[in-house]
Design a protein around this ligand. Structure first.
Ligand code: 9MG
Length: 288
């Protein structure tokens, strides 16, 4: 469980690793117009942002061409390929880092793997037709995430749980079994409770408070709380003012077993990771 083989790279999970978020959607790196085009300029900008995150301490970059915000509409496969693949290729060619691809589309999984990605991050847990088989065929590790409600567009309509921890845990255990049956080795599966995906504030806070219960699954845990609505709701802060709240969740998540932390603010998070690890395991020590 401490090493994750990601194509030609090995991710050492005896230390907590920071995943930097690289959104390549029209509102992020577009250089004009309504449709994102993978123009030279926008790919250059994405590369610079990725390079800065690596310099700040990210050990992997999560490239995503579809917005998964509540209410967001899905993107067509060709458009997603056009957004994601040129960026994956540039990062692979120019940066010494692991590339993760945030996608639910089988075609994007396969083309990203060919372009040099080392990890598949699917908020829909490989539920789309052909996604499980496509992910298995790449040989890459996968991150499967819990979401209540079928899609980001509908997930926040009426979230309901009897016991959010038990239900998230059961879902991830079953999904992991399905992945294994489809040919994805258990050692290549990362699990994620899916903060903000079909959950109220109270569900999210409970999930974080009791996140150590997910460790029983025996798979590395990825955590994504960065700038999310749960932080905004708890603090009454707009999205641009959620850094301190997000960092608090990072420290708590690491203490409860989080191994990969998916964030926008890499430099501040990297400090919190190092400080939290120093308190938990001693300076220079690692988790056993
Ligand atoms: C793409 N994306 C947005 N939020 C996320 C989260 O919390 N976890 C993972 N794995 N991916 C996410």
């Amino acid at each position: 469980m401490t090493k994750l083989q990601c194509a030609d790279r090995v991710l050492d999970l005896s230390r907590v690793q920071v995943m930097g978020i690289l959104n390549v959607t029209p509102d992020s790196f577009s250089d004009g117009g309504n449709l994102y085009q993978a123009s030279r300029l926008s790919v250059d900008k994405a590369l610079v942002h990725a390079a800065n995150m690596v310099a700040d301490g990210a050990s992997m970059i999560d490239v995503g061409g579809e917005s998964t915000r509540p209410g967001a509409s899905p993107v067509g496969v060709q458009e997603e390929l056009d957004r994601v693949i040129p960026v994956v290729e540039r990062i692979k060619a120019e940066l010494d880092t692991l590339i993760s691809v945030d996608t639910s589309a089988p075609e994007v999984m396969i083309e990203s793997a060919k372009a040099g990605a080392g990890l598949i991050n699917d908020v829909r847990s490989l539920a789309r037709d052909g996604a499980m088989e496509a992910a298995a065929s790449t040989g890459l590790p996968v991150c499967i995430m819990h979401m209540q409600g079928a899609t980001p567009a509908t997930m926040q309509l009426a979230p309901h749980y009897e016991d959010v921890l038990a239900e998230v845990c059961d879902f991830l255990a079953q999904r992991a079994d399905q992945c294994v049956a489809a040919g994805i080795p258990r050692e290549r599966i990362v699990v994620d409770p899916g903060f903000g995906f079909g959950k109220t504030l109270e569900h999210n806070l409970t999930l974080l408070r009791r996140m150590d219960e997910l460790e029983a699954l025996g798979m590395p845990i990825l955590v994504g709380t960065s700038r999310k609505t749960m932080v905004g709701q708890a603090l009454g802060r707009e999205v641009g003012d959620r850094l301190a709240g997000s960092l608090a969740t990072v420290a708590l998540a690491i203490e409860r077993g989080g191994r990969i932390i998916r964030v926008h603010d890499v430099a501040a998070t990297a400090d919190v990771v190092r400080m939290t690890e120093a308190v938990l395991y001693g300076a220079g020590q690692e988790r056993v």
